[in-house]
Design a protein around this ligand. Structure first.
Ligand code: SF4
Ligand code: SF4
Ligand code: SF4
Length: 317
């Protein structure tokens, strides 16, 4: 069965996705859709598809990991189907939260969008004030090449080895594609008439082009991750025990765990001031790489690099 579909954009990729989601809403029988917040701390839930135009789907800014909002939203809508529009790292977190028993995904429709990367909040504000066309347009303009200004992105994004939307119920492909002509939709649900919601089956050459861009980004980001870890090696904890020592000094703060979607389900708790080794290993082993922990750390510790390095050590062991 074909799973790849064309989404013709006619020069307006955001508008094309808005229209697609508006048509998908009744076809998927959605009661509500969780979308990225427009301001820090906001939980944004649409109950009316006509308001989709207000959502800046490709905005290169990530204020929270949306997966965290799902347990509460599913309680609010105990009967209907709920959609969630998210980035690949948020989907990874959502999958891990479900695996840990936070909720069942039966009533969820996950809609994931390729992610060229996101800026830290202050950098986003600074650039927005100076950008003529807006940062969303800039991000889309360079999506065919896999993104721009990568060195200014959040470090989690610089090190993100899976920025492609491939694992959701509905995946919207952007990277490597001529976005002002077409995007790709990869969806498998046989109850939905995808040919009607899209421009029909995708050109296999475009599917291949996106796959090769995703492979290139994985390679590029893996190299960057290794370089970042190498450059910081002297200041990073060498292994789990060194990380536990680190936490012994700062654990009272807990901001990284407050921000972490995995910790919202099972959070390591200190016993007599020290975390248990297995709890921290279990946390890091399932890390989704979203970088919300680093973004919240008042000591500005390079938590993405720290966790990646300690994870490597755990895997080696
Ligand atoms: S970590 Fe990856 S998926 Fe998440 S915002 Fe950054 S580039 Fe996108
Ligand atoms: S540890 Fe950090 S990067 Fe990993 S899932 Fe939690 S918040 Fe995201
Ligand atoms: S947010 Fe930073 S300072 Fe606070 S507990 Fe986590 S690592 Fe330590």
């Amino acid at each position: 069965m074909n799973t790849h579909w064309m989404l013709n954009t006619n020069g307006d990729p955001s508008g094309a996705v808005h229209r697609f989601l508006r048509d998908l809403w009744p076809a998927a029988d959605l009661r509500a859709l969780v979308v990225p917040p427009a301001a820090p701390g906001e939980r944004r839930l649409l109950t009316d598809p006509s308001r989709l135009d207000e959502v800046d789907i490709f905005q290169p800014l990530m204020l929270m990991n949306l997966a965290k909002a799902i347990p509460e939203v599913l309680k609010e809508y105990p009967d209907g189907r709920v959609g969630i529009l998210l980035r690949p790292c948020e989907l990874r977190a959502l999958t891990e939260m479900a695996r840990r028993g936070a909720f069942s995904t039966d009533r969820l429709l996950t809609i994931c969008v390729d992610c060229p990367g996101t800026f830290p909040e202050d950098e986003f504000e600074w650039r927005s004030a100076r950008s003529k066309s807006g940062l969303t347009d800039e991000a889309l303009q360079f999506a065919p090449q896999g993104g721009i200004a990568a060195y200014r992105y959040r470090s989690a994004c610089q090190m993100c080895i899976s920025p492609g939307a491939t694992e959701a119920d509905v995946n919207i492909g952007v990277l490597g594609l001529p976005v002002h002509e077409t995007l790709l939709v990869d969806a498998k649900d046989s109850r939905v008439d995808w040919a009607r919601l899209t421009g029909g089956p995708a050109d296999p050459a475009l599917v291949k082009r996106r796959e090769s861009m995703l492979a290139k980004l994985t390679e590029r980001h893996t190299q960057r991750r290794e370089r970042i870890i190498r450059e910081l090696t002297a200041s990073l904890p060498a292994d789990v025990d060194a990380l536990l020592d680190q936490f012994e000094h700062c654990a009272a703060c807990g901001a990284c765990m407050d921000a972490c979607p995995i910790c919202s389900v099972t959070r390591p708790r200190p016993v007599e001031g020290r975390f248990r080794r297995e709890d921290v290993v279990g946390w890091l082993a399932s890390c989704a790489g979203c970088g919300m922990c680093e973004q919240s750390c008042p000591q500005h510790l390079p938590l993405n690099a720290i966790f990646a390095k300690v994870r490597e050590k755990v895997e080696e062991a």
